[in-house]
Design a protein around this ligand. Structure first.
Ligand code: SAM
Length: 215
């Protein structure tokens, strides 16, 4: 295993994180033992952050970061963040009370995961958790995904923090071209933030990009 970014390992062209809960899988991913350590395969087709790393993005996630994760779903990607963040926590916001059940189960096994039933359109709903974050990631399939992200970044991201926005073109419009939609999102985001990197997630996800931003 080679550590290619903090807490992210690669072996034979596959990504892994070190399993915080040895013996337990989260979404049916493979477990691999090497040198007395157990690793979980990070499946890039199941995780937009995994796909972004696979496509060469330095996600700049550090082991001590506190992360606000918007659109946490049942915790597939949250579980890999949890493996990486040996000295940080993840507050995972999800608005579907059925979907969040998986995340609640995950949080019962992992001390660094806090599930929050809330709507990312209303950031004040989760102000009781942490007042600021080193890192904000959003993966929300809504028409107003850039506006939701900007609202949360302005409210919660630390001055030197990093934001990652997964953009799903087809949730914004299914009639316009993906490139036209991405350009509109880039313009909206760059009016308020600095876009420092971008990757297209093909072939792992169609019509998706990930933008990395700083204040
Ligand atoms: C594509 S899934 C996220 C998958 C997850 N990021 C992963 O990799 O494991 C998007 C999730 O965002 C949630 N969602 C959509 N709109 C939301 C909102 N306004 N606030 C919070 N969650 C929302 C959906 O219920 C869904 O579970």
């Amino acid at each position: 295993m080679e550590e290619i970014q903090p807490g992210i390992y690669a072996s034979r062209n596959k990504l892994f994180t070190e399993n915080l809960e040895p013996g337990e899988t989260v979404y049916g991913e493979a477990l691999v033992q090497e040198g007395g350590v157990e690793y979980r395969r990070w499946v890039e087709n199941r995780s937009k952050v995994g796909a972004a790393v696979k496509k060469g993005m330095d996600i700049e996630l550090n082991r001590g970061d506190n992360v606000l994760y918007l659109g946490a779903a049942s915790g597939t990607t949250v579980s890999h963040f949890s493996d990486i963040l040996t000295d940080g926590v993840i507050v995972g916001v999800e608005y579907s009370d059925s979907v969040i059940r998986g995340l609640v189960e995950l949080a019962e096994m992992r001390d660094n995961v806090a599930p929050v039933l809330g709507n990312a359109r209303n950031p004040e709903e989760y102000e009781e958790y942490l007042g600021e974050y080193d890192y904000i990631f959003q993966d929300i399939s809504q028409r107003d995904q850039p506006e939701i992200f900007l609202k949360n970044v302005h409210r919660y991201l630390k001055e030197d923090g990093i934001g990652l926005l997964a953009v799903k073109a087809r949730s914004i419009s299914d009639s316009r071209s993906a490139e036209e939609i991405f350009e509109e999102v880039r313009e909206k985001v760059s009016e308020e933030l600095n876009i420092v990197d971008e990757v297209d997630l093909a072939p792992f996800e169609k019509d998706h990009i990930v933008l990395k931003v700083r204040l």
